[in-house]
Design a protein around this ligand. Structure first.
Ligand code: G6P
Length: 608
């Protein structure tokens, strides 16, 4: 989704903006632009296409002089990707420039009004109304004008606004769209996320909705909507800069797949002390857990797939009913939820618009909110009652791997923690599961050692038109993620099916040579899945089985077999997902796809 960077300081702004935007490329975009204050005027450069085109246009920023500016990468929502629709948008007089992430929902009536007042619109975007509205309200004070603007616009926004009348300061504001403030020495920044400014500072302000920021070289002031100054706490980000660099890998995705053992250790180890799961940031008591009627897990994309695993595991261990739903559906069907329900929100970015809206919906119905989030201080983290951070570090590739794995590990720990509190798990089983959770990183390492086997399998199937993933229960939950990984980066059509369900329609798509990836790791349903394998084999499918190292005779029914180490049954998804991530990666790589930035996708989806 759109990325924003803003700078004011002593250095030339344009190269800093371009460099910052390059760190936000992973979010997904189709055009880019910058505006820089130069001698009482605003110098704007913008273009459709990759950031390189903007860098070429501006000589790497050298052609645009000035020490204050704003930059933007656009992911088109209103109006096609084009030079004109790219940000920054300028007001009619050219005195104000605006970058925006989010959607101004009432832009049509506002546009009509402004046109009646003589403002001329050049783009198809919703953002342009902000530029004209700002100019309409501007009376010499940027804060006053911005307060009036945000009182008129509905929707979500992170805005950076530059004025040709103000050589020293620019303003910013956010509501339901991400934006942080970076505090440097004689320089200050705005950015959509910390990776854009990590090179310059680790000191950050997180903003609440509708807090207005005035940035100058030596000062950052924050006001509420009544123009009263607000004091903020400075957060120090401890992410390692190298974590956001490729470090010799061809793609971030492979780097992040390989980082999984470390990310898992960082997430798991601090939470297990003397064989006990310690979740300090969770305030749920035994009584709270006993009084729960139901748990809702709400998320989008891969985080939703973690929720599907979560349903099986939490129900199995605690016997509390769990419903799992995609956030964009949950919020619109008037969900039955009240103060006796717990809502678990899962989000890597902590900024996904639908997920945040679902959180608000659950909160408005008095449900307690427990979030699993990777980005400290993100919108979802700030709005939750209890937060469990995954310590995966920055994840840059659009297709998530290490965030998914660490979210899974958090789900195991919550499930076991709750089951223990309400005495639903024996001491022996508790100890065994804890022991096995601690062993997951090492077992993932073991799988990664044999990645060439998966590369070979990918080379056999990368020309497939369609690939099916099947499994039962937890194996089905992992199939969903395996299928998504493959299709999002390789553009091969793929579907995941509960193995027993395939014959109720979709089996008609199986023909001679169709690849079916069958997950048969769980022992309880192993024989049933193998029967389903035989059904597809009888119709010409080629089957790649994924099973544990101790299972015999799988080669007799499957054409190819991938084996993973043994672990406790409920933890198998943490291991079986890894070969599927690798398979998707290698297939996409053999097809020459843009693995880290697949077409049409965004990393952090901040619009509904
Ligand atoms: C996007 C990404 C997915 C991600 C989903 C949820 O669609 O492409 O990889 O799973 O958003 O993101 P979140 O940050 O909320 O986990």
């Amino acid at each position: 989704m759109c990325g924003i960077v803003g700078y004011v300081g002593e250095q030339q702004a344009a190269p800093i903006l371009l460099e910052g935007l390059s760190k936000l490329e992973y979010r997904g975009y189709d055009s880019a632009g910058i505006a820089v204050y130069s001698d009482g005027a605003l110098n704007v450069a913008k273009t459709r296409g990759r950031l390189q085109a903007l860098a070429d246009m501006t000589g790497g920023g050298a052609k645009i002089q000035g020490t204050m500016g704003i930059g933007h990468t656009r992911w088109a929502t209103h109006g096609e990707p084009s030079d004109i629709n790219s940000h920054p948008h300028v007001s009619s007089s050219g005195r104000f420039a605006v970058v925006h992430n989010g959607i101004i929902e009432n832009y049509i009536p506002l546009k009509k009004k402004l046109m009646e007042k003589g403002f001329e619109f050049v783009s198809e975007t919703d953002t342009e109304v902000v530029a004209h509205l700002f100019e309409y309200y501007y009376d010499g004070d940027m804060v006053d004008a911005l307060i009036k603007v945000i009182q008129r616009v509905d929707g979500s926004y992170a805005l950076g606004i530059l004025s040709a009348d103000d050589p020293d300061r620019f303003v910013a504001v956010r509501k339901s769209s991400p934006m942080i403030i970076g505090l440097g020495e004689h320089e200050n920044f705005i950015a959509s996320d910390v990776t854009a400014i990590l090179k310059h500072t680790r000191n950050i302000y997180y903003l609440e909705d509708d807090e207005i920021v005035v940035l100058s070289k030596d000062d950052v002031k924050i006001y509420n909507i009544d123009k009263e100054e607000v004091q903020k706490k400075v957060f120090t980000v401890n992410w390692d800069i190298s974590a956001a660099e490729k470090g010799g890998y061809e793609h971030f995705m492979m780097k992040e797949i390989e980082e999984q053992p470390k990310a898992l250790r960082d997430t798991i180890n601090p939470r297990i002390q003397d064989g006990k799961i310690v979740l300090d940031s969770v305030s749920l008591t035994e009584e709270d857990i006993r009084s729960l009627n139901r748990i809702h897990i709400v998320a989008c994309g891969s985080a939703y797939h973690v929720g599907v695993v979560g349903k099986y595991i939490i129900e199995k261990l605690t016997r509390i009913p769990v419903e799992v739903e995609v956030a964009s559906e949950f919020r619109y069907h008037d969900p039955i939820i009240d103060e006796h329900d717990l809502t678990i929100i899962i989000s890597q970015s902590g900024e996904t618009a639908d997920t945040f809206a679902a959180l608000k919906e659950a909160k408005s119905k008095n449900s307690r909110i427990l979030s699993i989030v990777n980005v400290v201080g993100s919108t979802i983290a700030n709005a939750s009652d209890d937060i469990l951070y995954t310590w995966a570090g920055p994840e840059i590739a659009v297709a998530t791997t290490k965030a998914y794995s660490t979210q899974l590990s958090m789900i195991y720990m919550i499930a076991l923690y709750m089951a223990d509190k309400i005495s639903m798990v024996s001491k022996a089983e508790y100890a065994q599961i804890v022991h096995e959770i601690l062993a997951i990183p090492e077992k993932v390492e073991e799988i990664l050692k044999h990645k060439e086997q998966i590369q070979f399998l990918a080379s056999q199937f990368y020309n497939s038109k369609s690939i099916f993933f099947i499994g039962r229960n937890l194996d089905y939950a992992v199939s969903l993620e395996g299928s998504l990984k493959l299709k999002e980066i390789s553009y091969i059509h793929s579907e995941a099916y509960a193995a027993g369900e395939l014959k109720h329609g979709t089996i008609s798509l199986i023909e001679e040579g169709t690849l079916v990836i069958a997950l048969a790791t769980g022992s309880e349903l192993f024989d049933k899945t193998i029967s389903n394998v035989k059904e597809v084999k009888a119709r010409g499918a080629v089957v790649l089985g994924v099973t544990t190292e101790d299972r015999e005779h799988v080669e007799d029914v499957c054409d190819y077999v991938i084996r993973i180490p043994k672990t406790h049954e409920i933890l198998l998804p943490s291991l079986s997902v890894v070969p599927l991530q690798l398979f998707g990666y290698y297939v996409a790589s053999l097809k020459g796809c843009d693995i880290d930035k697949p077409r049409n996708l965004a990393k952090s989806v901040t619009v509904e």
